[in-house]
Design a protein around this ligand. Structure first.
Ligand SMILES: [Zn+2]
Length: 229
């Protein structure tokens, strides 16, 4: 997923979420760009990690399904972002499950017909047949090199009345705070979503925000009859 080096020569990059022309800036040691239209902050395309580097980083990830702190952190997300909004017992997709599909198991424990998809660790493409009542993107969106494309692919695969639950840290608005932000240190975190950027992206696909926690979680539901995905 590499783009052309031309992006560096012009100093202009398209927003990989909404397509608008972005404004480049440096947050040492890496170049980024901010979208003036939707607010998405993206790593310069030339710095996107290779698939090999991404995969090896994910295998080192801190997430241990046996760790009660990690499990509880995920369960709290399910309790607040998922259960109040999703159809009970519906078909649930753990999008970008990673090497240990704990979210899939926790959703199954809560009665959902859950399955994982991950480009590296659960690559079966049959999820593209669609009909999902629930899609959970738990700490996934920040890893997507082309999130706008990913969301547009996903929207038509959702069943009527589906819920989309996203957890990704909302970035600090202040540029100095962004420069020292810990969430940026992971080289596979290639884009950061102010809540507004997610709302705009999903709104364009016919979904509106039902709930958010102001920190890292937001749930979208379909506006009836308005789907444009
Ligand atoms: Zn944008």
């Amino acid at each position: 997923m590499t783009g052309g080096g031309r992006l560096l020569y012009t100093g202009r990059m398209e927003c990989r979420l909404c397509g608008a022309v972005t404004a480049p800036f440096i947050a040492a040691p890496r170049p980024y760009a901010e979208c003036p239209s939707c607010g998405y902050l993206q790593l310069d395309e030339a710095c996107l990690p290779s698939p090999e580097r991404e995969r090896s980083r994910y295998l080192l990830h801190r997430n241990d399904p046996a760790d009660p702190g990690y499990r509880g952190w995920m369960q709290r997300f399910i309790d607040s972002a998922v259960l109040p909004w999703a159809r009970p017992g519906g078909r649930a997709l753990d999008y970008g499950s990673g090497p240990e599909p704990l979210m899939t198991r926790l959703l199954a424990d809560r009665g959902f017909a859950a399955r994982a998809w991950d480009p590296y660790f659960a690559p079966d493409q049959s999820w593209r047949e669609g009909g999902w009542d629930l899609v959970v993107m738990h700490e996934v969106a920040e890893h997507l090199a082309f999130p706008g494309r990913a969301f547009r692919e996903l929207a038509p695969l959702l069943a009527p009345g589906a819920a989309v639950c996203v957890r990704t840290r909302f970035p600090p608005a202040d540029r100095a705070a962004f420069a020292s932000w810990w969430y940026r240190e992971d080289i596979t975190h290639v884009g950061f979503f102010p809540k507004r950027s997610l709302e705009l992206a999903w709104s364009a696909l016919g979904f509106s925000a039902l709930w958010d926690d102001g920190i890292d979680s937001v749930t979208f539901g379909e506006r009836s009859g308005e789907r444009r995905g």
